[in-house]
Ligand binder design. Structure first.
Ligand SMILES: Nc1ncnc2c1ncn2[C@@H]1O[C@H](COP(=O)(O)OP(=O)(O)O)[C@@H](O)[C@H]1O
Ligand SMILES: [Mg+2]
Ligand SMILES: [Zn+2]
Length: 429
C-alpha cells in the first residue's frame, strides 16, 4: 500500500488533483529513494479490478498482471514517474501480455519417461493415475527409481486450460514464486517438499496466511518422497485438502481458503530396512515390524490412495542395456484422449475426473459387463476388500476402460485395477 499512501499524501497537500487518481488502483512498495519494489499477489489484484479503473503497479509485476486481459495495467519504476503520468506530463504505455498465445501450447517435457529403463508396470500405473487423476502410492526398495518416476509425471499430464493456468499462477503470485520472465504457469506444478517441512509450510499458515505446498501444487502433483519420514500429524493434515480440494486457514481477523486440488503421489520403502521382497538384498525385518512400519501410513491418507504399486529394482545388467522406451509425449497423447472422454461424460455432473466420482456417480457411470462383475465379486471376496476399496477399484477400472476407449468396464480392466491394490494383499515377498 506504500504507493497508494504516498499518492494520498500528495493529493492531501495539494500537489496532485484528487480527480486525477480516482480511475486507478495503485499498489507497490516504496523504497526510500523513490523506487517502486515488487509485491506479491499482482495477478489476483488484476483479476479483482473492475473497469473503468486500471492498475498501476511495480514494473516487475506488470507482465503477471497483464495476463488478465480485461484489466489495463501500467508498470512503473519510480514515484516521480507515477506523478508525471497522473499529471499527464509523461504518458505510459499499458503492458501487454507477452507472448499472448503461450498458454495454448503444450508444455515442453523436460524429463522424459524414455530415460527410465524397464519399470513397465510402474509406468503404466502412472499413466492410469494421470489419465484419471488418481492418487498413487509407490512401494519399493531404495534406488529402485521411485523418485525418478515421480519426477516425470507432470510430463504426461494433460495440459492446463487457460483458467487452470490462471488459478495455479494466482497462488504462485501470492507466494511470490513467479518470475517476471514467466508470469503465467503453463506446466502443471510438481511440488516435492522435504519431510522436515513444517505444517504451515505444507498446508499453509503464518500470521498473514501464505499458501503451503498443497496449494502451490494446485492443478498439479504433490509428491511425498520417503513418506513415512513425515510426521504423522503432517500426513494427517492433508486429509482436508484431499477431501475438499481446498485448505481453510482460520485466523482471528479472518478465515482464508486456498485452493488445493492436487494429485498426491507417495513413495515409501516396503519395510524398515528397505529390502523386503528385493531380489538381491536380504530383508532382516520381522512380519510384525513390517506391519507396524506400514501402519504408519495412516488410514485416512491410505484411504485416498486409489493406486498402490510395487516398484522393484531393475537388475543392474538391464540398466545398461540399450532398449528403446516409449516417450512421454506418446503417453501424454493417450492421457489427453482419456481425459477428453471423461470431460464429455461428466459435462453435466461437473465431475472433474474419474478419481472424483462420488459413490452415487460410481453407480451411474461405472457400469460393468457380466464378466467384469463376476471377476470383481471374486476379487473382493478373496482379498476381503472393504466397500470403499470396491469403489476405488471401480474408479480406476473406469480410467483403464477410458484408456482403452471402452464404454463398458470389462474383465481385463477390472483385473488390472485389482493389481493396483498392493497394500490390500497379504504380506508376501
Ligand atoms: N529403471 C531405471 N532407469 C534408469 N535409471 C534408474 C532406474 N532405476 C533407478 N535408476 C537410477 O538409480 C538411482 C536411484 O533412483 P531413485 O529414483 O532415486 O530411486 P528411489 O527413489 O526408489 O530410491 C538414480 O540415479 C536413478 O537415475
Ligand atoms: Mg527416492
Ligand atoms: Zn526389511
Amino acid at each position: 500500500m506504500d504507493l497508494g499512501i504516498a499518492l494520498g499524501i500528495l493529493v492531501a497537500e495539494g500537489s496532485l488533483p484528487q480527480e486525477a487518481i480516482l480511475q486507478y488502483v495503485f499498489v507497490g512498495e516504496l523504497a526510500l529513494d523513490g523506487r517502486i519494489k515488487s509485491i506479491p499477489g499482482a495477478l489476483s489484484m488484476a483479476m479483482a479490478i473492475q473497469a473503468p479503473q486500471s492498475l498501476v503497479l511495480p514494473h516487475d509485476n506488470a507482465a503477471q498482471a497483464a495476463v488478465v486481459e480485461k484489466t489495463t495495467v501500467y508498470g512503473v519504476h519510480t514515484l516521480p514517474e507515477v506523478v508525471e503520468f497522473i499529471k499527464g506530463v509523461q504518458p505510459l504505455q499499458p503492458t501487454r501480455p507477452h507472448p499472448p498465445t503461450s498458454h495454448t501450447l503444450l508444455p515442453i517435457i523436460e524429463e522424459d519417461f524414455s530415460d527410465v529403463v524397464g519399470q513397465f508396470q510402474a509406468k503404466r500405473a502412472l499413466e492410469v493415475a494421470a489419465a484419471g487423476g488418481h492418487n498413487l502410492l509407490m512401494i519399493g526398495p531404495p534406488g529402485s527409481g521411485k523418485t525418478r518416476l515421480a519426477q516425470r509425471l507432470t510430463g504426461i499430464l494433460s495440459p492446463m486450460g487457460f483458467q487452470e493456468c490462471l488459478e495455479a499462477s494466482q497462488i504462485h503470485s501470492v507466494a511470490g514464486t513467479l518470475s517476471p520472465q514467466s508470469p503465467l504457469l503453463t506446466t502443471r506444478p510438481f511440488r516435492a517438499p522435504h519431510h522436515t517441512i513444517s505444517e504451515a509450510g505444507l498446508v499453509g499458515g503464518g500470521s498473514v496466511p501464505r499458501p503451503g505446498e498443497v496449494s502451490l501444487a494446485h492443478h498439479g502433483v504433490l509428491f511425498l518422497d520417503e513418506a513415512l519420514e513425515f510426521k504423522r500429524t503432517l500426513l494427517d493434515s492433508l486429509r482436508q485438502p484431499l477431501e475438499n480440494g481446498t485448505v481453510t486457514l482460520t485466523r482471528v481477523q479472518a478465515s482464508l481458503t486456498f485452493p488445493a486440488q492436487i494429485m498426491l503421489v507417495v513413495a515409501m520403502n516396503p519395510c524398515p530396512c528397505g529390502y523386503f521382497g528385493d531380489a538381491t538384498h536380504e530383508c532382516l525385518c520381522t512380519p510384525h515390524q513390517i506391519r507396524r512400519y506400514r501402519s504408519r501410513l495412516s488410514g485416512p491418507l491410505l484411504d485416498r490412495l486409489d493406486i498402490h504399486i510395487e516398484v522393484p529394482a531393475v537388475p543392474v545388467k538391464d540398466l545398461t542395456g540399450g532398449t528403446r522406451n516409449e516417450q512421454s509425449q506418446t503417453i501424454r497423447e493417450r492421457v489427453i484422449e482419456a481425459r477428453r472422454r471423461q470431460f464429455e461424460r461428466y459435462r453435466e455432473d461437473h465431475v472433474l475426473n474419474n478419481a472424483r466420482l462420488k459413490p452415487k456417480q460410481i453407480k451411474k457411470y461405472c457400469q460393468l459387463d457380466a464378466a467384469g462383475k463376476t471377476l470383481l465379486d471374486q476379487a473382493v471376496s478373496r482379498l476381503g476388500l472393504s466397500a470403499r476399496a470396491y469403489g476405488r477399484i471401480l474408479r480406476v477400472a473406469r480410467t483403464i476402460a477410458d484408456l482403452g476407449h471402452a464404454d463398458m468396464i470389462q474383465a481385463n480392466h477390472v483385473a488390472e485395477a485389482v493389481q493396483y491394490r498392493a497394500l490390500d494383499r497379504p504380506l508376501s515377498p
